[in-house]
Design a protein around this ligand. Structure first.
Ligand code: IMP
Length: 181
């Protein structure tokens, strides 16, 4: 947990209750879309791990999950678009209903890379679930099929999202002010 001095500078954007309600609504939508079928959730490490855990427990359809780890070159403001794979999925995607689960869609470069890569493995259906969407920052025209919240261009932490690996365990989603970045 952040020190009290840091915590006092974090502005809560979405409370844990708001997140839980939205995740439940997303899970209901997914359950309706895939009624009677099976889903493979693929979480993008590490940021999506908490979201995936909550989402997967709310769906009423048969679901399995897997994880992928990628690193993008460049920094937040100038992403190069080059993505390196650190950990691939363990499962076969061929013929499956695959939902990529991402914490936040920013420039879209990471998801653009993943979408092409996954489509090459011939899933039956490929969908994208993103908890947050910074639509105003998009470079690659990627659209998520399931979106939690559209947010402005602010750096957020908590509920799995980090700054330098910290703050992932905050239960609320908070804006990290520039002076703490
Ligand atoms: P994109 O390739 O620019 O869309 O990058 C997406 C990734 O950047 C996300 O999965 C996050 O890991 C990271 N990211 C982008 N914005 C934020 C933020 O506000 N807080 C934490 N991580 C972020």
């Amino acid at each position: 947990m952040p020190t009290p001095a840091v915590a006092s500078q974090l502005k809560v954007l979405f409370t844990r209750e708001q997140i839980a309600n939205r995740v439940t609504a997303m899970a209901d939508e997914i359950s309706r879309d895939f009624a009677g079928e099976s889903i493979l959730f693929v979480g993008v490490l590490k940021g999506a791990s908490i979201f995936l855990g909550d989402l997967a427990r709310q769906v009423s359809v048969d679901a399995t999950f897997d994880f992928i780890s990628v690193a993008s070159y460049g920094n937040r403001t100038s992403s190069s678009g080059e993505v390196r794979m650190n950990k691939d999925v363990d499962s076969s995607l061929a013929g499956r209903n695959v939902i990529i689960v991402e914490d936040i869609l920013d420039t879209g470069l990471t998801m653009g890379f993943l979408r092409k890569l996954f489509l090459a493995h011939s899933p039956r259906v490929l969908k994208i679930a993103a908890l947050l969407d910074k639509a105003c920052r998009r470079i690659e025209p990627v659209k998520a099929d399931y979106v939690g919240f559209v947010i402005p261009d602010e750096f957020v932490v908590g509920y799995g999202m980090d700054y330098g690996e910290r703050y992932r365990n905050l239960p609320d989603i908070c804006v990290l002010p520039p002076e703490l970045q």
